[in-house]
Design a protein around this ligand. Structure first.
Ligand SMILES: Cc1ncc(COP(=O)(O)O)c(C=O)c1O
Length: 397
């Protein structure tokens, strides 16, 4: 199953200006990430055999499964947001500057006191918050839907965090987390914005831009993007918003075609583009996709304007496309590298397989840069974060 919409509100040269977008002026994200222990740019892999089979000039995959040993790109957002939060706390009380080195200095952090950070998650963002909190010697409380995969819950507990299982969707977890933070004096590190809460999701968005910044000199040049199409998944939209911002600012009207991919059962961005009048709408789906990281019912109000203004095309696919993509990554064509990719991680390739092979999408493909001369960038946003399902899908013994 696939559904799509071209976005009539997409602009040639989107810009996000005014005080609410002042945070976009920051420039220190990649330098901050480079200062963290264990930092290495994630690999950029090429799949020439698959590109030839699908009638494309090139397929490039930025493999975030290797990010900081926590199997997903989310560490970039949580760590940067928690750094900025502590930096702000510091600036309120001390005159000395708070640098990335201070972030890892136990004695300096001690002066700030202790914190409990909390977050709602389908797995990866919560793990990233717990991972960062552990690095800082602080507490974390993570809210997850009760039906989350056991391995994802255990990975978070493994970072020393308390996990609260909530009978309901990710969106309910966000509400519970915000309410408990207010009640207990904890600091919510939410990747989605809500009324009165935008600063931290803004920093998280900025943190994700390091993925694209790392491609400088590899794919991206000063005048040329090096790719024609970039496919980005959307849960609450933070990563896709980071891509929208990065490419619009860097290349303006010459940016690559940005394609948003969601599961059909959590298609809140597609729904907003198809039926909204510029405002975000909730999905009408059941939010039951195996692409757990994308099971979000409403766009983050912070992310929405970035996708609305910079993405020309929105696609939603059924789970079998994600399963097909996980298998294709894991059992590549001869000459292509093997990539371990989880359900949400494989969504970019799921979109590409659907766009290049599903008869229902032939018209859409024809209107996108997906022809014999096209180079496509995908992000494998996670590794096998649910090993049991990964084995089931890929047929691993
Ligand atoms: C593996 C993976 N990919 C993509 C996403 C989507 O990111 P965002 O929620 O910022 O849209 C998530 C979110 O948790 C995720 O875990």
């Amino acid at each position: 199953m696939c559904e799509y919409a071209f976005n009539e509100l997409c602009r040639a040269r989107p810009e996000w200006t005014g005080e609410e977008y002042a945070f976009l002026r920051e420039r220190d994200m990649l330098a901050f990430h480079q200062s963290l222990p264990g930092y290495a740019p994630t690999p950029l892999l090429e799949l020439p055999a698959l590109a030839a089979k699908l009638g494309l000039a090139g397929i490039f995959v930025k493999d975030e499964a290797q990010r900081f040993g926590i199997q997903a790109f989310k560490a970039l957002g949580a760590s940067y947001a928690m750094y900025r939060y502590l930096k702000k706390q510091w600036a309120d009380r001390f005159p000395e500057p708070f640098t990335p080195e201070c972030f890892q200095d136990g004695k300096i952090l001690e002066k700030l006191g202790t914190f409990t950070f909390c977050a709602a998650t389908d797995g990866n963002h919560g793990r990233a918050v717990a991972w960062t909190a552990r690095m800082l010697g602080q507490q974390a409380v993570i809210y997850m839907p009760a039906d989350s995969a056991a391995a994802r819950v255990e990975n978070i507990r493994g970072e020393g965090a308390e996990v609260v299982l909530v009978a309901g969707t990710f969106d309910l977890c966000v509400e519970r987390c915000a309410a408990d933070a207010a009640k207990n004096g904890w600091q919510a590190i939410s990747d989605t914005a809500y009324p009165g809460y935008r600063e931290i999701p803004g920093w998280i968005l900025l943190g994700y831009t390091s993925i694209f910044a790392e491609l400088e000199g590899l794919l991206h040049g000063p005048m040329k993007t090096g790719v024609d199409t970039v496919i980005l998944p959307a849960g609450v939209g933070g990563l896709a918003a980071a891509g929208a911002f990065f490419y619009s600012k860097r290349y303006g009207a010459k940016r690559p075609a940005l394609v948003c991919i969601e599961p059909v059962s959590s298609d809140c961005f597609l729904e907003s583009v198809r039926c909204g009048r510029g405002d975000p709408l909730p999905t009408r789906g059941e939010q039951t996709s195996i692409m757990a990281g994308l099971n979000c019912g409403v766009p983050s109000p912070l992310a929405w304007p970035f996708l609305r203004d910079a993405f020309p095309f929105f696609l939603a696919v059924g789970d079998h496309w994600a399963e097909q993509a996980m298998c294709r990554y894991y059992s590549p064509l001869k000459g292509d590298p093997r990539i371990v990719s989880g359900e949400s991680g494989s969504s970019g390739l799921a979109a590409l397989l659907a766009l290049t092979t599903a008869p229902k999408l032939a018209d859409a493909r024809a209107k996108l840069p997906l022809g014999p001369g096209s180079r496509v960038l995908l992000i494998n946003t996670e590794g096998a974060t649910d090993p049991e399902n990964f084995k089931k899908v890929t047929g691993l013994a």
